[in-house]
Write a protein that binds this ligand. Structure first.
Ligand code: CIR
Length: 257
């Protein structure tokens, strides 16, 4: 069974972190869009488990950043954004009954949005949120699970997965000129349409459909022509707070017990 861990949009979402100052955020609109996103995950066959929301943490809906599942280990993250550090407890509690636990420790920092797992390898963004100490700690955990880790320098965008997203086990969708793309050699790269820069976010679901943000029609058409079964979804209010489609869930196969 595959599970999607999600977290509701808090009323305090209006105060979520934004890279572009001045953005106004509407929690009700974000909540409606989030519900549609969760409904699509459910329709794909994920068992939805909701971690309680937290009004003290306006960004808590972006649950991906709080923890990363690597093999049989759930790694509790430690954001460089201090306002987000308190988000991890309830996420850790939800994962603790299924996985053994590890944590990124100071001075390491790491957001789950910087961790891309594809084809048995881990790629980690070295970004404003994730530092080399955090990457080193994750590499050690990955090594024990038999997974290679590649560091990718992120020059533009919040996280690695703001601009590099898995489409399948060997292909990524890349926004050009955001990361050191030499680190991605070995992967097949499809490029986001330049006129939709950083608008296309994707999430491959377990039923074979590819969720895609509905404000990126050129990229959607390109992916459909490449053979992906695309399902557009409107998450513009969450994108206004720098979120993408991966960041609102933690997806995993339930471990055998
Ligand atoms: C932040 O700045 O941390 C949030 N407003 C957005 C986080 C998005 N997370 C993600 O894409 N993994």
């Amino acid at each position: 069974m595959d599970t999607a861990l999600v977290r509701p949009v808090a009323n305090s979402f209006a105060r979520a972190l934004v890279a572009e100052p001045g953005a106004t955020l509407d929690p009700s609109r974000a909540r409606a869009q989030h519900s549609a996103y969760v409904a699509l995950l459910r329709s794909a066959g994920y068992a939805i488990e909701e971690v309680p929301g937290d009004e003290d943490h306006p960004d808590c809906v972006f649950i991906e950043d709080a923890a990363v599942v690597v093999g049989s280990v759930a790694v509790v993250a430690r954001s460089a954004a201090k306002s987000r550090r308190g988000e991890t407890g309830p996420v850790r509690d939800a994962l603790a009954s299924r996985f053994s636990l590890a944590s990124i420790e100071a001075p390491g920092t790491l957001d789950g949005g910087d961790v891309m797992q594809i084809g048995g390898s881990i790629y980690v963004g070295h970004s404003r949120r994730t530092n080399l100490a955090g990457i080193g700690q994750l590499a050690e955990i990955g090594r024990e699970a038999g997974l290679d880790l590649t560091t990718v320098k992120v020059d533009d965008g919040l996280h690695l997965k703001s601009s590099v997203l898995p489409l399948d086990a060997e292909t990524v969708l890349v926004t050009p000129n955001c990361v050191d793309e030499t680190a991605l050699r070995g992967l097949r790269v499809l490029s986001e349409s330049p006129i939709e820069r950083l608008r296309a976010s994707v999430l491959p679901m377990r039923d074979g459909r590819l969720l895609i943000t509905d404000n990126a029609p050129c990229t959607t058409e390109m992916l459909a022509a490449a053979g992906y079964e695309v399902t557009p979804v409107d998450v513009t209010e969450l994108q206004a707070a720098d979120g993408g489609l991966t960041c609102m869930s933690i997806l995993f196969a339930e471990p055998d017990r």
